[in-house]
Design a protein around this ligand. Structure first.
Ligand code: GDG
Length: 485
């Protein structure tokens, strides 16, 4: 039995079972994917394991058991969703209730009981389909807000494995969380995990203060707590990126054809870059307005700056995202209409995505990285921008104080993303900052990223989950050499 348990693994590590709403299928191109999906796939490939999640397909009568595909030492197990599951679980509860709630957008929340039931049903179905694939020694790691009840559903089916959960988005302040009619059900579900990982201390504190005030939880200094009849632990484990790997990609991409084309098109103008999924948490309309303010108040920047905003659409099935797209179209049109000349337009708004390598090259030539979400669990774009800079001539990161990344990137120009004037001020300051100050600000940020690459993040999570320092993802050293393009 033991041999069978470890046949996929490296060394004698228990098998890792990763569960996330979407996964990066074996044939899906890494170059189009985000940093996290790419890193998780690397983790599984190094160590061997199982990745379980939604296939991305919506079909009339989905099978109750997962479709299995093997690639190398990783098993991919996927389930389809029915149209009703898709509407209630994905569009409804996950993206129209939990996402706005955790991003402090109470006005955008839709609560429908049917959506909550759909969310629970899909989580229960996921647990049933995962059960026959689990081995006794597997370590299970569940990701994000789509799957909060999964651990509790697995426990109901008798699963006693170590199960950890990581929340990629913010955990809201208690008063905000209380607006959710199902707050107690979700909190109870979370206590079924052996470890609940959050991006920042703030998130941990918000969660624990909710538990303390609403359930009378006993909280110990170690992060362990006793609540709702269970004892478990909550930890701040900020996610990192493949710092050295991304820096290398950017160094190489600096002379790639796309980067050269971009530089040529700038004709000596300074580039401000924003890369954000088209999502209302990212503060996109105000970013574009801030550029207008900059041009209004500091006319010396007219004709001298170009703002490239790359925003691939996401969640188009949610009405608020379609409305946001229209709003951005209109703000970008207004700012260009007001300030553009026949040979220059201030805003280049691209509603499409690029490969990771292309983005890295673009970050490197941008004088300013403009990352001002209204709320963000972490924000990997801020980290990627820093990693991509030329150490001899780094750009300036303007970062929202409400992004988790602000906790580590303390020497960025930290801004309040609701304050239009301060955004414009920061743009002016970034565009005129002398080289010496740019270097002094960049170096500690790059060091912070080097201390916490994504491989170390995985290791820290798994060590905290299993209580065993040997229990590592087994890939932190490898990521440094594996350039992910
Ligand atoms: C959630 C949390 C947390 C973007 N455009 C393109 C592209 N991207 C990549 C970026 C980055 C990733 O997608 C986006 O990550 P973020 O962290 O910025 O934001 P979310 O998608 O909202 O992620 C967030 C994260 O989970 C991880 O825990 O930091 O707070 O909301 O890697 O580079 N990648 C490619 N083309 C694009 O056009 N290839």
């Amino acid at each position: 039995m033991r041999e069978d348990l470890h046949k996929h693994g490296s060394g004698n590590l228990a098998r890792l079972v990763m569960v996330s709403n979407r996964l990066l299928a074996p044939r899906e191109r890494v170059s189009r994917a985000g940093g996290l999906a790419t890193a998780l796939r690397e983790a599984l490939q190094r160590r061997g394991g199982l990745w379980f999640g939604w296939s991305g397909e919506v079909v009339e009568s989905p099978s109750a058991s997962a479709r299995i595909a093997e690639a190398g030492n990783t098993t991919y197990a996927t389930l389809d969703l029915s149209p009703e599951d898709y509407d209630t679980y994905y569009v409804g509860y996950a993206n129209s209730t939990l996402w706005p709630l955790c991003h402090y957008r109470l006005g955008l929340i839709e609560f429908r009981r049917a959506a909550f039931h759909g969310y629970q049903r899909v989580n229960a179905n996921f647990a049933k389909a995962l059960l026959p694939l689990l081995r006794p020694d597997d370590v299970v790691w569940v990701h994000d807000y789509h799957l909060i009840p999964l651990g509790a559903e697995l426990r109901k089916l008798g699963v006693t494995n170590r199960i950890g959960f990581f929340l990629h988005i913010p955990f809201p302040a208690k008063e905000v969380f209380l607006a959710l009619p199902d707050h107690l059900a979700l909190a109870r579900a979370l206590t079924n995990y052996d470890l609940i990982g959050f991006q920042t201390r703030n998130d941990v504190e918000a969660f624990l203060s909710y538990l303390r005030d609403e359930t009378g939880a006993r909280i110990f200094p170690s992060g362990q707590f006793e609540a709702l009849g269970r004892t478990t632990q909550a930890r701040a484990l900020p996610i990192g990126i493949d710092t050295e790997g991304f820096a290398e990609i950017a160094r190489v991409a600096a002379s790639a054809p796309e980067t050269t084309r971009l530089t040529r098109s700038l004709g000596g103008r300074s580039l401000v870059i924003g890369v954000d999924r088209l999502d209302y948490s990212k503060g996109l309309p105000r970013k574009i307005e801030a550029l207008g303010e900059l041009l209004e108040h500091w006319s010396e920047h007219r004709g001298k700056v170009a703002y490239l905003q790359i925003s691939p659409s996401s969640r188009d099935s949610v009405a608020q995202y379609r409305a946001l797209r229209r709003e951005i179209d209109s703000v970008a049109g207004r700012v260009n209409g007001r300030y553009a000349e026949f040979d220059w337009a201030p805003v280049r708004y691209l509603n499409k995505g690029f490969s990771r390598g292309t983005l890295a090259g673009f970050y490197r030539v941008a004088r300013v990285g403009f990352v001002t979400p209204l709320r963000d669990g972490m924000n990997l774009v801020a980290k990627e921008y820093v990693a991509a800079q030329d150490p001899e001539n780094p750009g300036v990161l303007i970062l929202s104080r409400f992004a988790g990344a602000a906790g580590e990137l303390k020497t960025a120009l930290l801004v309040n993303p609701f304050d239009l004037d301060s955004l414009a001020d920061a743009l002016h300051r970034g565009l005129t900052m002398p080289l010496s100050e740019r270097i002094t600000r960049w170096e500690p940020m790059f060091d912070a990223l080097r201390m916490n690459p994504v491989g170390v993040w995985c290791d820290r999570f798994l060590t905290a989950l299993t209580g065993d320092a040997k229990e590592r993802s087994g890939f932190s050293s490898v990521l440094h050499s594996a350039a992910v393009v």
